[in-house]
Design a protein around this ligand. Sequence first.
Ligand SMILES: [Fe+2]
Length: 400
Amino acid sequence: MANSDGVNLGFKLVGPGEQPDIEYHPNPAKYHTRTQLRLNADPNLPNKPLPSGFPARVEGPIVWEGKDWTDEKQWVYELSLAELKEIEDAVEYFKGLNIPLGHISPKTFPLPTFSQTLHSLSKELYSGRGFFVLRTLPVDNLSKLSTAISFAGISSHVGPLRGRQSGNGAVIAHIKDLRATHNLKEIGNAAYTTDAQVFHTDAGDLIALLALEVAAEGGTSRIASSWRVYNEIAETRPDLIGTLAEEWVLDSFGGNPPYSKRPLLFHEDGKIILQYSRRHFTGYLSQKRNPEIPAITEAQAEALDAIHYTAEKYSLALNFQKGDMQFINSLGLVHARDGFRDDEEHTRHLIRLWLRNEELAWKTPAALQHIWDKLYTLKPEEQNFPLEPEIRKKAGGVAK
Ligand SMILES: [Fe+2]
């Protein structure tokens, strides 16, 4: 078979039980060929009804396209000198309490006036467009400890619950190319390389990212509205909505049990929720998809590409600068980042928190509840704040 460029793909659909020809990095020729072959085999696919309970379309401020945003002032909140002073004072106040970092909260990190703004911005995450950026934390003037306290402290006013990022109770994760300093065999996630990360969600409600340093070139952050993606797929290929709402086999990459099963897409309490990471179905680098576990289907392979390319079409590129803090709703948005190049002076390094604001939170689908129970139940004294990069160990079966 040749694609439209005349390239011989040697591509064919596989039978049930066989893993389709699909990799972590989406291939547009394979996507289009797979779609064509599936529609040839069953031209009736686009006429299938949506699964029960799923709407023809969803509306709301979180339904947007990249082109709707014309000026980053629409989502970038510049910290004033007075706000930076409140943050600095809160760091000193917290240090003065002499208690473990797991106790960082709106109470122990008081922001007298800025707190109200952060609460409004948290509402923007849960019931508005789903993202915002705070600019600029002066990271060059702060120690690693003060940086961590500032970031966790500010974030606690957005979402007081911090999620478990790793089996050892770490609530801070480092996103950095670790190939030169860490064991390559442990790297199964593009987050620890300079490689592009394809569209995906993280586990949990909210993601907060702080840029400690940006790359010499590339590394652009991209986000897209899962609700906008839903509307397009629901309209053009409702059968794929059915596929996304069915149970999938997620590789736990050496965990016990070796895989878990759950849907990727939910319609809960009037809200579309997408929770998935492509690598669980394709593998990545040292974490290959386990051939012993049930394969995904051709329909699932097509659905993965449909999400990726629809998200890409409607995505917004964020100009993520050093000292920026990016907050996104990981239930209603997908995100990706371009590949990048570091040099001696510019080594891309982000730190990340997973957050939840119980007061504003969306209803968690029952099939995700066990993941939320593992994510958001760390007691303050169980929380670790690694100040140096480490590769996350599986958080007790939490599939990111
Ligand atoms: Fe991510």
